[in-house]
Ligand binder design. Structure first.
Ligand code: C2E
Ligand code: MG
Ligand code: MG
Length: 715
């Protein structure tokens, strides 16, 4: 019985394991480990492996000999090297439904329950294959196909198939026997006849090559020789079979030697129709390698292609570009219009990007609204920047999703192999960092990775650590940027913009810390400080006799939805004695879209107080202006991305559309990010009300702002 000594050489064992279909999904090294770990069981003829009704928790692989599976005195089938049995007990803990005993001296390999779980649990495809075998077997038994009794083995006879031959129909697979020299079929079981469509008589007129025309006769001859000379116990290969009606099917063949007494050697071939398995493999491949929503390659396939691209590039001294692309404000669309609209948009975006790419480029979806574009075999990296521009241009035009017309930009970060990293992980990380920078720069733009970005990423951690102390240590300061009335050229108001002067980090800009303050909810206290400071400043300027102008303050979503917002603000207004119409709140579109009903009720309360409301960064998130009608609004601030590239036809058109619509809704318009005279002229002609930007003034400290107001300067 169980014995630690090996009866079969480990090479031969591995060879046999490789021919077993359910194990074919395992890596060779895994099979090696399994072969080494597993118990070998030598059996004398008539030795019982288990009886019907036994409890069992192992399956067995036949390495040598022949095992009969029987119920009562009826043999159901016999198992030869390269087959397995007993697997049922690993899946359900019922007594064995059949017995197993050796017909001739045999060797089994035992796979215990623990091993089964370890190996198969991590290999769903192997598990699936076992299930399929199981279900085929139980079907077989229930239809009684294998009801012939096998003659008992004569002891001492080591020939595995001698007894199985007369009753080929015992096999629940297609089995045929052919002549090793002529390849002419000698017989076939009924399943093989059903499978190929030939009658048993017709089959005998055929050769193996006629049924499997792709097979090379020379190779088949070699395989037969290796069996006859006992070099290998079994040979397996895949080929295509042709049926009588000339349809074809993929099949796996396993060849084994049979030596009938008194006649020449014959070769038995087990044929397994692989159609279903191939389909399953295709489905699995599709699932494993492609994104189901967009049909684009997913992370797995991208990794494969990246590995190939990097290896080729290294060999040919070429470069590879990796573009990390993230849609701007995608969450807003998903949250406001629903996932279906979001999904639809992702599909359209992927189509547009695909159109700009070459055949050898890959666009993969990494999940959410993140895509990676792989550009292999580059000699000139300039191409990458041009491509990034093309992608931005492709994504800019309006998307029609149902009844909605949406504009969505994207931010792209680029890293180049080998300049920015040698490994996939590094390159992806660096393109991500560059993408993050592109977002910071104002979205709808691309950015090439530079080593200093890694430094920036480290800074982010430092920001979080130091932000908590910043309020107490009074490290925040408000800067002010004037808003200019485009008709009069006079200062129409100021926007308060926070700055953080950190002793550890130096001057930190809001884009680098606002989102962290939001995540940690520090924004609540910080926002309170901003309101109070802005109102106090306004009072100071008024006391100094400067012109009375409104001051605007930015509000993040966390602040906006905070239950105490309205009471806090009215308290501050009273405390500083600020007339409510001197205070403006800037709220981004995305803030409003998160929960429209809640947003309307908050805005109503704020406007009842007399406070003015602007929608900041307008045009980047949501294009339907319909919902604005229901909101108490005073200003629309046109996002700077449209102004920055206003000579792009679409941006000019969008700006014009926003101004026109705002006018029809009785809203005033402010253009952000005005940097040139040309932009100013364009906006003035459009009848845009106000403008803000470096052309007039950067955000400046309170004293400078005081001076500017005092000067009464016209722009
Ligand atoms: P925002 O409210 O849209 O502010 C406009 C941003 O554009 C400011 O950046 C301003 O310095 C910049 N800017 C103004 N004119 C030009 C120009 O001509 N060209 C260019 N390229 N940029 C211009 P800043 O100060 O870095 O603020 C960034 C964002 O941080 C703000 O965008 C706002 O959303 C947020 N933020 C600033 N201060 C606060 C605050 O106190 N509380 C909250 N919750 N958010 C704030
Ligand atoms: Mg603002
Ligand atoms: Mg803005």
């Amino acid at each position: 019985m169980p014995n630690s000594a090996s009866f079969i050489s480990s090479d031969k064992k591995k060879e046999i394991l490789k021919t077993i279909d359910v194990l074919s999904f395992f890596h060779e090294s895994t099979l090696e480990r399994l072969a080494q770990e597993s118990k070998e069981i030598p059996l004398k003829p008539e030795a019982i492996v288990f009886n019907e009704g036994d409890q069992g928790s192992a399956m067995y692989i036949v390495l040598k000999g022949e095992i009969s599976i029987y119920q009562g005195d009826k043999s159901l089938t016999s198992m030869v090297p390269g087959t397995f049995f007993g697997e049922m007990s690993l899946i359900e803990s019922r007594p064995r439904t059949a017995g197993a005993r050796a017909l001739v001296p045999s060797v089994l390999m035992e796979i215990s329950e623990a091993q089964f779980q370890e190996y198969f649990a991590t290999q769903p495809r192997a598990l699936m294959a076992i299930m399929k075998t199981l279900s085929a077997r139980s079907r077989q038994i229930s239809t009684g196909l294998a009801s012939t009794t096998v003659s008992k083995a004569e002891s001492g006879d080591d020939n595995p198939l001698q007894h199985a031959i007369p009753s080929l129909d015992e096999y629940y697979r297609e089995v045929l026997v052919f002549h090793p020299q002529t390849f002419q079929f000698i017989k076939a079981n009924s399943l093989a006849c059903v499978g190929t469509g030939f009658t048993p008589e017709e089959i005998k007129q055929k050769t193996f090559i006629e049924l499997a025309p792709n097979l090379d006769p020379k190779k088949l001859s070699q395989m037969c020789d290796s069996l006859i000379n006992k070099i290998r116990p079994m040979v397996s290969f895949e080929t295509t079979f042709i049926r009588k009606d000339e349809s074809t099917y993929p099949a796996e063949c396993k060849l084994q030697l049979v030596e009938p007494k008194g006649s020449d050697s014959e070769i038995l071939v087990w044929v397994q129709d692989l159609t279903e398995r191939k389909q399953m493999e295709d489905t699995i491949r599709q699932m494993a390698y492609y994104d189901s929503l967009t049909g684009l390659p997913n992370r797995n396939l991208l990794n494969d292609r990246l590995a190939v691209a990097l290896a080729n590039a290294a060999r040919n001294q070429q470069k590879v570009a990796i573009l990390f692309l993230d849609l701007d404000h995608f969450k807003t669309i998903n949250d406001s219009l629903g996932h279906e609209a979001g999904d639809h948009l992702l599909q359209q975006v992927s189509l547009r990007i695909k159109e700009v790419l070459r055949k050898q480029d890959t666009i993969a979806r990494m999940g959410g609204d993140e895509f990676i574009i792989l550009i292999p075999g580059l000699t000139d990296t300039d191409h990458t920047a041009r491509l990034a521009e093309k992608i931005l241009d492709a994504v800019t035009p309006v998307f029609k999703i149902g009844d909605n017309e949406l504009y969505i930009g994207c931010s792209i970060g680029i890293s180049i192999f080998p300049d920015d990293g040698m490994e996939i992980k590094t390159l992806l990380k660096n393109s991500d960092l560059a993408m993050y920078r592109a977002k910071e720069k104002g979205r709808n733009t691309f950015e090439l990775y530079t080593p200093s970005m890694n430094f920036k990423a480290m800074e982010r951690l430092a920001v979080e650590k130091n932000l908590r102390k910043a309020l107490d240590r009074e490290e925040f300061e408000l800067y002010y940027q004037p808003k200019i009335n485009l008709k009069s050229g006079k200062i129409a108001g100021v926007e308060a913009l926070i700055r953080w002067d950190s002793p550890e980090l130096g001057i930190v800009m809001p884009n680098q810390f606002i989102h962290i303050a939001e995540e940690t909810r520090l924004i609540i206290q910080m926002g309170h400080w901003v309101f109070l400071t802005a109102c106090q400043q306004l009072k100071l300027w008024q006391k100094a006799g400067l012109p009375e102008i409104p001051i605007s303050v930015n509000l993040s979503v966390v602040q906006f939805t905070h239950p105490n917002l309205v009471s806090e603000i009215s308290k501050i207004l009273k405390q500083t004695n600020t007339p409510p119409h001197h205070l403006e709140l800037e709220i981004t579109e995305s803030v409003l879209m998160q929960d429209t009903t809640l947003a309307i009720s908050i805005l109503n309360k704020l406007s009842e107080l007399g406070i003015k409301i602007s929608i900041d960064d307008f045009g980047t998130g949501f294009s339907s202006l319909n919902y604005l009608k229901n909101l108490p609004m005073d200003y629309l601030k046109i996002d700077q991305t449209f102004i920055k590239d206003f000579n792009l036809q679409t941006n000019a058109a969008i700006t014009k559309a926003i101004v026109t619509l705002a006018q029809s809704l009785n809203l005033k318009t402010i253009a952000e990010g005005v940097e040139t005279e040309e932009q100013r002229k364009f906006l003035t002609e459009l009848n845009c009300d106000e403008a803000q930007g470096f052309l007039f003034s950067k955000p400046i400290p309170k004293d400078e702002m005081g001076e500017l107001l005092k000067s009464g300067k016209k722009f």
